[in-house]
Design a protein around this ligand. Structure first.
Ligand SMILES: Nc1ncnc2c1ncn2[C@@H]1O[C@H](COP(=O)(O)OP(=O)(O)OP(=O)(O)O)[C@@H](O)[C@H]1O
Length: 735
């Protein structure tokens, strides 16, 4: 193994238990040499301890296999480490001269060194407590790395001395002279002969008590302790992230659901505006946006980090595109040792959790320990060779805006400060500059972070075409059913287009799986969108709705008026016109988003729009429907009649919508009509009762509307297919 690599490459999990050393107190100071004499004196009666003697050394040493931890976290490392243990070159011993701040005070001459340690005349004993269990974090690979890294810090003559002492002191382990061995061979031999715990124990004893290399010994102890903490942290993260959080009742394993996502470098992509009927021309992809899909290993890829000086990565994406899932995948891959093992501590700090601490005054280390109590065992996160990474998911959810200009400078980890000050300074890089920072957010909140603090901007775009299909194949265990679901989705263009949004895929899977399994006719398009709306409402909109019960009516009105003009983007002044706040629609409701449009040369303009044009169609239909049901107003009727009977009114509303579409030169309202008719359906009205109350469309009105649509079918044969879909929305069950 290359020495440099061994110091910096943590590509497999470390694993060593400081417990192997016993306590850090007096007991530790008790040198093996002391034991050697006393143990021999008490050899006869000391039966409680296991003993090893010279004869024992002749027997084959415990193999590496038997030393391997059987914990999943370490297993992968161990299978690899056997290969790594073979040296690639013989440069190991040359590193002995590398400098260290604290070396043994006097450099004894070789003869003195030999004199210093009397040749043992008796067989020494090393006391091993049989009850002492090895920490599962202790792996061969870790022990190898940590021993090698400690010995590399000794000067050449001290390394010689170390070998000499080892040989003198522990003849029960080392029968042959060790003087010819370099670091790699020595560590290899130690591990092979003594095992993991004993190798570390004797190394520490020799360093601390015989050679007085306090600095190196403490470093060794520190690395062992941190490695245990890392192990515990991984356990906690596995527990927190291994299930899909949206489904706590079902305990769905994340790995059973998670499908690869399409995300790119750049962050200038236009919003997906593919539409079955409408032509959305204004959304041209920014020329500078990059379409090359990235994979998780491209995030904080060590080569890019170095080449592009990346410290802070920001990932943006419209609501439901899968940012949190991407983060969860990254975390679990780290926990399971699948990627990013150069990161020593991975500490997710979700903004949702940080909201619970708003206004609190704590030190940064306390804040970390509050979320991850196992971190109490380490008093600092700044130590050489151990990369730390923070992941702050969902900046848009953070209750306190991050203000880089107004927030005080802070870099002390141990002094208490307001949590917002700590987080702002962490993102800014004032605290733990060398730590990696990954922040994810819906687009609008990204503006809080100044450009100079963003070293890489990524954009999550949801699922590509192949990924959509892969999602259904992965999540539906019945293969044949999965294919039927995919075939159905492909048969409905709008459904297929909208499945670019992973959140929508989840809705579609749940509904279609049930319907197709039971042989029922699948739900109309309206129900999928209504469920999506409810997911958004339940996620964050409850408070907004209690403050502004008319929010969706107003947003729908804006959607409708823009649809009349065939416009999908939302000009800034429109928000005021409809008495809305862009943040409510973009951040809270998650039904609108933002993107950047190149207007003139280098100038970029921020543009608001709906998350997808079909969502605009749905909201426009919702507006017409809510206006009618709640305010008895048919907004499609230009004559502005009042006082109609509900049955007549229902029929008139649908008739006027059908006429509007059939008489229109554009296809702008085609999907709108499908949604409006779908909203008359009973299940959808039940779902919408949170906005609608308990009003119901009379069966009679629906039947009459169906008769009218069928009549139109005959009059407009060229629109047969389309009108048939309208009928399917109106009567999703066989009629
Ligand atoms: N990679 C994926 N594989 C499978 N399902 C996914 C994936 N990504 C997202 N989903 C589905 O979409 C839902 C929303 O995803 P997620 O919460 O990650 O989106 P988000 O972009 O973080 O949204 P928001 O901006 O609302 O926080 C998930 O709960 C899950 O059902």
């Amino acid at each position: 193994m290359d020495d440099e690599d061994a110091m910096s490459d943590n590509s497999v999990p470390f694993g060593y238990g400081a417990s192997a050393f016993g306590s850090e107190g007096e007991e530790e100071e008790e040198d093996v040499a002391v034991h050697r004499e006393s143990a021999l004196r008490h050899m006869e009666w000391e039966t409680a301890v296991e003993s090893y003697d010279v004869e024992r050394a002749a027997s084959p040493a415990p193999s590496y296999d038997s030393m391997c931890s059987d914990d999943g976290i370490g297993a992968q490392a161990e299978s690899r480490c056997k290969i790594q243990l073979y040296r690639k070159d013989s440069s190991g011993s040359s590193c002995c001269s590398s400098s260290s701040d604290e070396k043994p005070n006097e450099e004894p001459k070789e003869e003195e060194m030999i004199q210093e340690i009397p040749t043992p005349s008796l067989k020494p004993k090393l006391l091993i407590d049989p009850n002492e269990t090895r920490h599962p974090a202790l792996t061969v690979d870790f022990a190898f790395k940590v021993l090698q890294s400690s010995l590399k810090q000794l000067r050449e003559e001290h390394f010689k001395r170390f070998k000499r002492i080892l040989w003198e002191r522990y003849p029960e382990y080392f029968r042959d002279q060790l003087s010819s061995l370099d670091i790699i061979d020595l560590v290899d031999k130690m591990l092979e002969i003594c095992g993991l715990d004993v190798s570390l124990k004797i190394t520490l004893n020799v360093l601390l008590n015989d050679m007085k290399c306090k600095y190196v010994a403490e470093q060794l102890q520190g690395m062992c302790k941190r490695n245990e903490v890392r192990y515990e942290l991984k356990k906690t993260l596995r527990r927190l992230y291994e299930h899909v959080s949206e489904d706590p009742s079902q305990q769905t394993l994340f790995e059973d659901v998670c499908t690869d996502l399409y995300f790119t470098d750049g962050g200038n992509a236009a919003v997906n505006s593919e539409h079955e009927y409408r032509q959305i021309q204004e959304l041209q992809e920014d020329a500078r946006s990059k379409n090359n899909p990235l994979s998780l290993t491209d995030i904080f890829n060590p080569k890019d980090v170095e080449r592009r000086h990346i410290r802070t990565v920001i990932t943006k994406g419209s609501p439901g595109t899968g940012k949190s899932f991407l983060v969860q995948k990254f975390i679990l891959d780290w926990v399971e040792g699948r990627s990013h093992q150069d990161i020593f501590f991975l500490l997710p700090l979700p903004f949702r959790e940080l909201n619970q601490m708003t206004g609190e005054t704590v030190s940064f280390m306390d804040l970390i320990c509050k979320l991850y109590p196992e971190m109490k065992e380490v008093d600092t996160l700044e130590f050489e060779g151990c990369q730390v990474m923070f992941i702050c998911d969902g900046l848009d959810e953070y209750a306190t805006p991050v203000n880089f200009r107004r927030t005080a400078y802070w870099c002390d980890h141990n002094e208490p400060a307001n949590t917002n000050v700590l987080i702002t300074n962490l993102i800014r890089g004032n605290m733990l500059y060398s730590a990696y920072m990954w922040v994810t957010s819906r687009p609008v909140a990204i503006n809080q972070i100044p450009a100079e603090c963003i070293h890489q901007l990524l954009e999550v775009r949801g699922f590509s075409h192949e990924q959509r299909e892969a999602y259904f194949r992965k999540t539906i265990s019945d293969k044949e059913l999965a294919e039927r679901v995919i075939a159905y989705i492909k048969s409905c263009k709008t459904l297929y287009i909208m499945c670019y949004l992973p959140m929508f895929c989840t809705v579609v899977r749940r509904l279609l799986e049930k319907d197709l399994q039971s042989g029922e006719r699948p739900k109309g398009l309206t129900q999928f969108y209504t469920k999506l709306l409810l997911l958004h409402i339940n996620k964050r909109c409850q408070k907004l709705l209690s403050q502004d019960p008319e929010f969706f009516l107003k947003l729908g009105n804006m959607a409708f008026q823009l649809l009349e003009k065939g416009v999908f983007t939302i000009e800034k002044d429109l928000w005021d016109k409809y008495v809305l706040r862009a943040e409510d629609a973009v951040v809270t409701a998650g039904l609108c988003t933002q993107f950047y449009r190149e207007t003139f040369m280098m100038y970029q303009e921020k543009v608001d729009c709906f998350i997808h044009p079909t969502v605009q169609d749905y909201l426009a239909a919702l507006y017409v429907f809510l206006s009618f049901k709640k305010h008895k107003k048919n907004v499609l009727d230009s004559t502005k009649k009042k006082g109609f009977s509900v049955f007549k009114g229902d029929l008139e509303l649908y008739k006027s919508a059908v006429d509007k579409v059939l008489h229109s030169k554009s296809s702008n309202f085609d999907l709108f009509l499908q949604f409006l008719l779908g909203m008359s359906e009973e299940t959808n009205q039940e779902l919408l009762s949170i906005l609608l109350g308990h009003t119901r469309t009379k069966q009679e009105a629906r039947e009459e509307t169906a008769i009218y649509v069928k009549k139109m079918l005959r009059e407009y044969p060229e629109r047969k297919e389309y009108l048939q879909r309208c009928l399917d929305e109106l009567c999703p069950h066989p009629h």
